[in-house]
Design a protein around this ligand. Structure first.
Ligand SMILES: *Cc1c(COP(=O)(O)O)cnc(C)c1O
Length: 222
C-alpha cells in the first residue's frame, strides 16, 4: 500500500472529532510529502535537530507538533517552528517554553504528558504529581502557553487488556483535571493517545489526537 492509501485508510476509520498527527520522524522528505499531497497537514517530530532540518523543506501551512522528550537546551530551537508541544513533562520545561514563547511574541499550545506506562524510560508526570502541580498553582501565570490537554503513551505490550486499562486511566485523569482545574477553559479539550499498534483502543477511550507513524509511512530506517 502507498503512503496515500495508508493515510486515507486511517483517516477513514477515525471518528469525527479525532485528528491524525502523522509522525514523520526518521522518514525522508519525499516520503513525508506523499502524506502532505494526500491532504495531511499535522505532522509530528520527536527530535529537535530533525524538526529544524525538515521545516524549511516542507510547505508553510503545516502544523508541526513536537512529540518527543524535549531537553531544556533545545527549547529555543523548537518553539518557533511548532504549533504544539505535546510532550511537556516537567514544570521547569513548561516555564522555559513559556519564557521562550514570550521572548518571540508567540502563544504556544502544550499538552501535559502523563506517565502511565510500565517502562521507566518513558517520561511524563505521574497522575498524583500532576494533580499536585495543578493544585499548587505551579502552572499559573504562564501567559504564553495555552494548556490544551493531556498526552500519554501506553506500555509497549501485546496485552490488550493492559493497554485498555492504561488508556482508561488517562481518560479518567483527563476528566478529573478538566473538571477540577479547567472547567471554564474551553481550550482544554485535547487528549493525545494512540500510536500505530494501539490507536483503535485509544479512540475507544476518547482520544482526540492519534499519533501514527509506522502504519502510514512503514518501518523507520534508524
Ligand atoms: C514515534 C512516536 C509515535 C508513532 O509511533 P508509530 O508506532 O510509528 O505509530 C507516536 N508517539 C510518539 C511520542 C512517538 O515518539
Amino acid at each position: 500500500m502507498s503512503v496515500r492509501e495508508n493515510l486515507l485508510s486511517v483517516k477513514q476509520q477515525l471518528p469525527a472529532g479525532t485528528q491524525l498527527v502523522a509522525v514523520s520522524k526518521f522518514h525522508p522528505i519525499d516520503v513525508v510529502m506523499q502524506a502532505y499531497d494526500a491532504g495531511q497537514r499535522i505532522f509530528g517530530e520527536s527530535r529537535a535537530q530533525e524538526l529544524v532540518a525538515k521545516v524549511p523543506q516542507m510547505p508553510a501551512d503545516i502544523h508541526w507538533h513536537f512529540i518527543g522528550h524535549l531537553q531544556t537546551n533545545k527549547v529555543r530551537q523548537v518553539v518557533p517552528h511548532v504549533s504544539m508541544i505535546e510532550s511537556a513533562d516537567s514544570v521547569r520545561l513548561l516555564q522555559l517554553i513559556n519564557k521562550e514563547a514570550a521572548r518571540i511574541g508567540k502563544t504556544i499550545d502544550v499538552l501535559l504528558q502523563l506517565h502511565v506506562a510500565q517502562e521507566e524510560a518513558k517520561s511524563g508526570f505521574a497522575v498524583e504529581e500532576l494533580l499536585s502541580v495543578l493544585t499548587l498553582g505551579e502552572l499559573s501565570g504562564l501567559d504564553n502557553i495555552r494548556i490544551r490537554g493531556l498526552m500519554a503513551m501506553a506500555t509497549l505490550t501485546d496485552d490488550q487488556a493492559q493497554i485498555d486499562r492504561e488508556f482508561a486511566l488517562v481518560h479518567d485523569t483527563f476528566s478529573t483535571v478538566k473538571e477540577e482545574f479547567f472547567a471554564h477553559d474551553d481550550a482544554f479539550d485535547q487528549l493525545s493517545m494512540g500510536m500505530s499498534h494501539d490507536w483503535h483502543i485509544a479512540v475507544k477511550h476518547g482520544s482526540t489526537l492519534v499519533r501514527i507513524g509506522t502504519a502510514i509511512f512503514g518501518e523507520r530506517q534508524y
